[in-house]
Ligand binder design. Structure first.
Ligand code: ATP
Ligand code: MG
Length: 224
């Protein structure tokens, strides 16, 4: 049995067409069913539904052989015990520093000011600011980071940005990109060795599905 860990929502929705291409169809919809273990059209492949930030943990400890996780989550986790063979190029966004419109971020940094930064991504943010030599106090939040600068909890935030709509709605602006983000296929390193015969064809199928999708997109773009 091969176990693939996925989170509900964006990751599941954007993985579905790739699974389909690989000949794997889930037999239940996690948005409807309350089941956390979902069988698929392939008797030897099952899905487990986990919280997005827990995906690397399930794969690291071998409770899942494979998983799909955002680069943001993988950076926070650290990647121990994981093999990251494939960028699926889904759930694409950017990890950014954002501050209230009009806040002079570059100036504050240049003057060596100490900044209060609210974020869910404490480890990645700490490493980013340390590499730049910027002094920060980090405040860990679990969501709605955009609120923090509006009510005086922080000077700036580190958060994922896709369209920038949420930032604009809260009169914040992105001031620095930390890293581009997309979801990666991750594999338990020991499972890859022990179940290579079953896992390698799956990796190949995912790689072919990603390539076919991107080729189709390029063709569509050229036809316009
Ligand atoms: P939860 O919603 O349970 O608190 P979460 O916010 O981490 O967890 P999702 O919103 O499903 O879960 O995000 C899963 C992954 O999708 C993130 O780790 C990130 O890689 C990516 N992602 C998050 N927000 C966006 C976005 N606005 N656009 C594109 N990709 C995103
Ligand atoms: Mg979310």
């Amino acid at each position: 049995m091969i176990t693939l860990a996925l989170s509900k929502g964006r990751i599941f929705d954007e993985t579905l067409p790739l699974l389909e291409q690989a000949g794997i169809r889930p037999l239940a919809d996690p948005e409807v069913s309350r089941k956390l273990i979902i069988a698929t059209s392939r008797a030897d492949v099952r899905l487990i539904i986990v919280r997005a930030s827990d995906t690397p943990t399930y794969v690291q400890y071998g409770a899942a052989d494979l998983g799909i996780a955002g680069k943001d989550v993988l950076l926070e986790h650290g990647g121990a015990g994981l093999y990251q063979p494939l960028d699926l190029r889904i759930a694409v966004c950017r990890l950014m520093v954002a501050a209230p419109e009009g806040f002079d971020y570059a100036g504050s940094v240049q003057q060596g000011a100490r900044l209060r930064i609210a974020t869910k991504y404490v480890k990645t943010a700490r490493e980013h600011f340390a590499a730049k030599g910027v002094h920060v106090d980090l405040i860990k939040l679990y969501g709605s980071m955009e609120l923090a600068p509006l009510v005086g909890l922080a000077d700036a935030i580190v958060d994922l940005v896709s369209t920038g709509g949420t930032l604009r709605a809260n009169r914040l602006a992105a001031v620095e990109e930390i890293v581009p983000i997309s979801a990666r296929l991750i594999v338990n390193q020991a499972a890859l060795k022990l179940k290579r015969g079953a896992i390698e064809p799956l990796l190949d199928a995912f790689a072919r599905a990603v390539a076919a999708r991107d080729q189709g997109n390029r063709r569509d773009a050229q036809a316009l």
